[in-house]
Every structure is written in structure tokens, then in C-alpha cells.
Design a protein around this ligand. Structure first.
Ligand SMILES: [Zn+2]
Length: 98
């Protein structure tokens, strides 16, 4: 598991702990508190993992058509290679002359 994913789990746990502590001070039943806590944990974790995924993704688009490539965890060499491929691919999408 990568550091940013561990951070997402830690943030989700902290937020869930805070919400659960506040809900425990009310007259809600254990089932309701448990359901709310798991829902908060799942939502915050999902948002954190989505953010982590977005931060590690690079997108490259052809300037002449709709061709696009998304690459995750790309090295500098891979990034350069995909930039060249998207800038000079054989057939532009939607171009009737190709
Ligand atoms: Zn193109």
C-alpha cells in the first residue's frame, strides 16, 4: 500500500472517530451510530482514494482530435513516450481525410 493510500485510511479513521464520538453523546441506538460511522468511513476513504488516484494520473491529448491517453504512476521516460505518441499518432479520430 502506498503512502498516500495509508494517509487516506488515516484521515478516514480520524474523521470517523470524530463523528462517532459526537454521535455517542446523543440518544441514538448503537445500530444507528454504527451505520452512520461506517457510512462516513466509506465515503471519506472513497474520496481520499479517488484523490490519490487523480494525483498519480497523467493525461495526454492530441491537439487535433479527441484521442486521449491516461497513464498512472508513469516514469519520466513513459511520460515522454506517451506525449510523443499522442502528438503524432497515425490516424486522427474524427478526421475523414485520414
Ligand atoms: Zn489526433
Amino acid at each position: 500500500m502506498k503512502k498516500i493510500q495509508v494517509a487516506a485510511v488515516a484521515v478516514a479513521s480520524a474523521v470517523t472517530y470524530s463523528v462517532t464520538a459526537q454521535l455517542m453523546g446523543t440518544d441514538l441506538s448503537f445500530a444507528v451510530v454504527f451505520a452512520c460511522s461506517t457510512a462516513v468511513f466509506t465515503a471519506v476513504l472513497n474520496a481520499g482514494l479517488h484523490l490519490a488516484s487523480a494525483l498519480s494520473t497523467s493525461s495526454f491529448r492530441c491537439p487535433h482530435c479527441t484521442f486521449a491517453v491516461r497513464v498512472q504512476h508513469a516514469s519520466a521516460g513513459e511520460t515522454r513516450r506517451w506525449q510523443e505518441i499522442t502528438a503524432d499518432h497515425p490516424r486522427h479520430l474524427g478526421d475523414s481525410r485520414a
